[in-house]
Design a protein around this ligand. Structure first.
Ligand SMILES: Nc1nc2c(ncn2[C@@H]2O[C@H](COP(=O)(O)OP(=O)(O)O)[C@@H](O)[C@H]2O)c(=O)[nH]1
Ligand SMILES: [Mg+2]
Length: 410
């Protein structure tokens, strides 16, 4: 594994940790790091998708999980709902990220209040109300009730790709005419925005906010804005979980994941090296190599580089998984990332254990000297994880580009 970080960047990378340690005593930061370092296992994020039957709820559930509708374990789409039973769908690689496919509110004639009780509203972090056409009184009554219960909700207008296509056809625009196509798409989106706004206004909503999406391409239209909006309205921990778990759609989503992981790895490194404070098993070379290997596998999952994520992506884009794997240069497959693998890296990582790096870390954050190994284990572990992250980012970008390439004709 080639070093992808330099000493110059190290200082910047440790800034968050330094500022946390300036504000609070080391023990408090360490305890918080312990709690947060395992956020992908400890924190549950639960989203509820609701709306009329046929609105596109189940399809959206699958899209949020990065899945095709035909994937094993995918929510069934195109079926009429007959029961009032909410269905839970976990993320394929992060089981604590749960998306609930709720029955359409119009399925049985309940009031919004009865409906929310029936679907156990308190279980969800927020609601997404989906409609493929006009929103109805059922939708707005539900939103009001959600608000009364101090939860957040977001209106989503689905299937905008169909509206765009219909408008293009009715205007007689040729698909080869990129300029005309883009112009027509913009007009359709403007019309839909105005229509949804007026529609909700007429139903008594004071300042409606509607996000236009297509299940077939979450990187387009308003999905990125929806994601940003939800993230801003979540607390820091849940926001990071959301960022880590949502599918990689663009280079920007890779960037966000990187930032979220950066704030996680110093905590992981601290926990793995806090052996002077808390005795831990599996110790070798001054840090808990088990935690380090686990973190590396987590990084792979967050960046979609593990076997399961790659298979799901291959299925979604209709390409052989080997084609996607062929561009991964730096990240080993997750089954190879074991404690032995980490030990081997630590032994070979001369530069990261170098006196200059340790001195820099200690000069910057002196309290780390109280850790087992006088800070050198921390410096090594942190650099190792940071390096792994940088490499995973590079590979994730290549996989994203490969997945987006047009399919080869047979
Ligand atoms: N073109 C297009 N079709 C969609 C979209 N979302 C859902 N559909 C289709 O609409 C139909 C109903 O979707 P489904 O997810 O089963 O709706 P639900 O009853 O609300 O769960 C299915 O045939 C989906 O394939 C979308 O964004 N674009
Ligand atoms: Mg459904």
């Amino acid at each position: 594994m080639d070093p992808a970080i330099t000493i110059e960047t190290l200082k910047k990378d440790l800034a968050e940790m330094k500022s946390a340690l300036e504000k609070n005593p080391f023990e408090a930061v360490s305890a918080e790091a312990q709690q947060q370092s395992n956020l992908l296992n400890n924190i549950t994020l639960t989203i509820a998708i609701t709306g009329r039957s046929g609105a596109g709820k189940s399809s959206f559930v699958n899209a949020l999980r990065g899945m095709d509708d035909q994937e094993k374990g995918a929510a069934l789409t195109g079926v009429t709902e007959t029961t009032m039973v909410p269905q839970e769908y976990s993320h394929p690689t992060f089981p604590n990220f749960k998306i609930w496919d709720l029955p359409g509110i119009g399925t049985a004639k309940f009031s919004a209040k009865e409906y929310l009780t029936k679907v156990s509203f308190s279980n969800y972090d927020f609601f997404i109300i989906v409609s493929s056409g006009r929103f109805t009184e059922d939708d707005t009554n539900l939103a009001l009730e959600i608000q009364k219960n101090k939860k957040k909700f977001y209106y989503v207008r689905s299937k905008v790709d169909i509206d765009i296509d219909n408008d293009r056809r009715s205007k007689g625009i040729d698909v080869g005419d990129t300029h005309e196509m883009m112009q027509s798409e913009k007009e359709t989106l403007d019309t839909l925005r105005k229509e949804s706004y007026d529609n909700l206004k007429a139903l008594g909503v004071s300042s409606p906010r509607v996000f236009l999406i297509s299940r077939w391409d979450l990187s387009k239209y308003d999905f990125p804005l929806l994601q940003d909006t939800i993230e801003k309205e979540q607390d820091e921990i849940k926001r990071d979980v959301l960022i880590m778990c949502l599918p990689i759609l663009t280079k920007d989503s890779i960037k966000k994941k990187k930032v979220a992981m950066e704030s996680l790895i110093w905590k992981k490194a601290l926990v793995s090296c806090s052996v002077g404070l808390i005795p831990l098993p599996f110790l070798s070379l001054g840090c808990d190599v088990g935690i380090v290997a686990w973190t590396m596998r987590e990084i792979c999952k967050v960046f979609g580089l593990d076997e399961d994520s790659l298979n799901i992506l291959a299925n979604r884009v209709g390409k052989p998984v080997e084609e996607l794997k062929s561009v991964i240069e730096h990240t080993p497959s997750t089954d190879k990332i074991t404690a032995e693998f980490v030990m081997d890296l630590l032994k070979r990582s001369a530069m990261w254990g170098a006196i200059t790096v340790v001195q820099l870390v200690l000069y910057f954050i002196p309290v780390l000297g109280s850790l087992y190994g006088g800070g050198s284990s921390f410096a090594k572990t942190f650099c190792l994880l940071k390096n792994f992250l940088e490499n995973a980012v590079k590979d994730a970008e290549k996989v994203l580009a490969k997945a987006a390439e047009p399919k080869r004709r047979k």
